[in-house]
Design a protein around this ligand. Structure first.
Ligand SMILES: Cc1cc2nc3c(=O)[nH]c(=O)nc-3n(C[C@H](O)[C@H](O)[C@H](O)COP(=O)(O)OP(=O)(O)OC[C@H]3O[C@@H](n4cnc5c(N)ncnc54)[C@H](O)[C@@H]3O)c2cc1C
Length: 495
């Protein structure tokens, strides 16, 4: 019997998940990865006895991961354990107010009322709206390929559309928040969720308020061992299901014959397959692998999501006032986004995200010390690393932390590694260092993301954070599921 062969380009979380789905369906699957390790953006750095995940540990919607393991006939718990965290994040506002965002609803509402003087009913109403939209519009849109014919055939599509009101399409997220909340702090708190899509709350349509549903209604989870445990778990599952991995093996080109995909070129050698799935950044997939300059140029012309600078600091002190996730807000959020998306420069008062997995995990830092993953969002598109830029960012971060914690933290930095936008591009082939491909900044952005299949080339599919439905672990797992289902239904959906 002839077994169909599939090639996956890239071992990001979505690439591995797609490989598992196809292997379970009977394909002979090989994953080619240009790095020497799996996981792409979701990996780790180990330096001087400190462990740093390369992404903060905001793990939401573990159901997507459970679903993958169940489909493969395995128990997720045999590969990874995770627990719900009691509070998602501690927020420090520039005016000195502090909010602990509890995952327990009653405690969260109480904290808003007592710590920020934001009426509990405003929060409750908003979270209800976010949940309603996620469960209607979100579910239809995020779980299906962008195929008009298929969407129009679904009853759930019409139910979802009936939830939409003009203000959800025509107002911005910030506009909705200004109308909904009484305090500037609550507005800033909810505006932050646009950044989890690398986007701008002053442009993103109000409908995207559904994005906070995952974290605030569904909760945040911590995988034992850190975020890389997720990569390790699905990598082990893939090996068990017979997926073959080739590391240090960059795909140079995708081979097409007529309208069909035929395979890839790796290190000068042709490797043939009936199905090719690219988990690589969609811009580079078109520019370098499919040699389709026109489509690449169209993708490049769309507004990109933001990038980040990440400082991995091994601190030789314990900071009891901090928890695992901490956010230090900018005093002028609007100005920060103006710098991120309009002037494309670094802002002097950036919002700082600080993740300390050592608070939950003994092995992540030596006794009496902490592993700080400090992140600020910066514009994407930098083409060269600049010491000046990094040094400016570092000074602003230290200033912000000093101002809030009333203590200079710089003398406690034992060891340091830095990831800037250029290194993001180098390490994971992310175009312009953008974390999630194109942004969601316009009403049409969500529909402009590249679909999970090729309209021109039979057998060619796309998964991962730069295509539909977007970045973040749960969305990446969704794109893998969509691709798996499309391949099984064979092939090319009619539009
Ligand atoms: C700083 C940061 C913070 C984040 N925070 C969170 C968070 O808190 N919660 C959350 O859920 N998500 C978060 N994310 C997002 C999440 O990490 C990503 O969306 C997800 O890991 C992307 O997976 P992917 O499948 O798209 O592949 P990627 O991780 O982008 O990997 C693609 C892989 O393809 C390989 N590749 C590219 N070209 C080729 C080629 N030609 N040949 C062979 N291999 C190739 C690359 O080397 C890479 O390994 C964050 C991301 C970043 C960077």
């Amino acid at each position: 019997m002839h077994t169909s062969r599939a090639i996956i380009i890239g071992s990001g979380i979505s690439g591995i998940a797609t490989a598992i789905r196809m292997a379970v369906s009977g394909y002979e699957v090989t994953v080619y990865e240009r790095n020497s390790y799996p996981g792409g953006k979701l990996s780790n750095i180990r330096k001087d006895d400190f462990h740093f995940d390369t992404v903060p540990s905001l793990f939401t919607k573990p159901r997507e991961l459970e679903d993958l393991f169940e489909m493969a006939g395995e128990r997720l718990g045999d590969y990874i354990t995770y627990k719900r965290v009691e509070s998602t994040c501690k927020y420090f506002f520039a005016n000195g107010k502090i909010l602990t965002a509890w995952t327990d609803r009653e405690k969260l509402l109480k904290a808003f009322a007592e710590q920020l003087e934001e009426p509990a009913e405003n929060i409750q109403q908003y979270l209800n709206l976010s949940e309603r939209l996620y469960n209607s519009v979100g579910k239809v849109f995020l779980n299906n390929p962008l195929v008009k014919r298929r969407l129009l055939a679904k009853r759930s599509f019409y139910k979802a559309v009936s939830q939409l009101r003009p203000y959800l399409l025509f107002d911005t997220l910030n506009g909705l928040h200004e109308k909904n909340f009484a305090t500037g702090e609550a507005i800033q708190f909810f505006n932050r969720f646009a950044t989890s899509m690398g986007s701008n709350p002053y442009s993103v349509p109000a409908m995207m308020c559904m994005i906070s549903h995952a974290e605030l209604n569904g909760g945040v989870f911590y995988p034992e061992g850190g975020m890389t445990s997720i990569t390790n778990a699905i990598y082990q599952l893939a090996l068990k299901k017979g997926v073959r991995f080739r590391f240090d093996a960059a795909v140079e080109r995708i081979i097409c014959g007529g309208d069909n995909v035929q395979g890839v070129v790796v290190e000068g050698e042709n490797v043939f397959a009936e199905t090719v799935v690219s988990d690589a950044d969609i811009y580079f997939t078109y520019r370098d692998l499919l040699c389709d300059e026109n489509t690449a140029a169209k993708i490049a012309a769309q507004e990109k999501s933001s990038s980040a600078i990440v400082f991995c600091w091994g601190m030789n002190k314990i900071f009891p006032s901090l928890q695992m996730h901490n956010v230090f807000f900018s005093g002028d959020y609007k100005a920060e986004f103006q710098h991120l998306f309009s002037s494309k420069t670094l802002y002097k008062d950036p919002t700082v995200f600080l993740n300390i997995t050592g608070k939950a995990e003994k092995g992540h830092a030596p006794a009496g010390k902490e592993n700080w993953l400090v992140m600020i969002y910066v514009p994407s598109g930098f083409t060269t690393s600049s010491n000046e830029l990094i040094s400016f960012a570092r000074q602003q971060v230290l200033k912000k932390l000093r101002g809030t914690l009333k203590e200079d933290v710089e003398p406690f930095i034992d060891t340091e590694s830095i990831i800037d936008p250029v290194l993001f591009e180098k390490n994971t082939a992310a175009y312009g260092g953008a974390l999630y491909g194109i942004s969601y900044n316009t009403k049409r952005s969500a529909f402009l993301r590249h679909p999970n299949f090729s309209r021109k080339i039979k057998g060619m599919y796309f998964c991962g954070g730069t295509v539909h439905p977007g970045g973040g672990i749960s969305f990446c797992l969704k794109s893998a599921k969509i691709v798996g289902e499309l391949v099984m239904k064979n092939g090319i959906p009619k539009h």
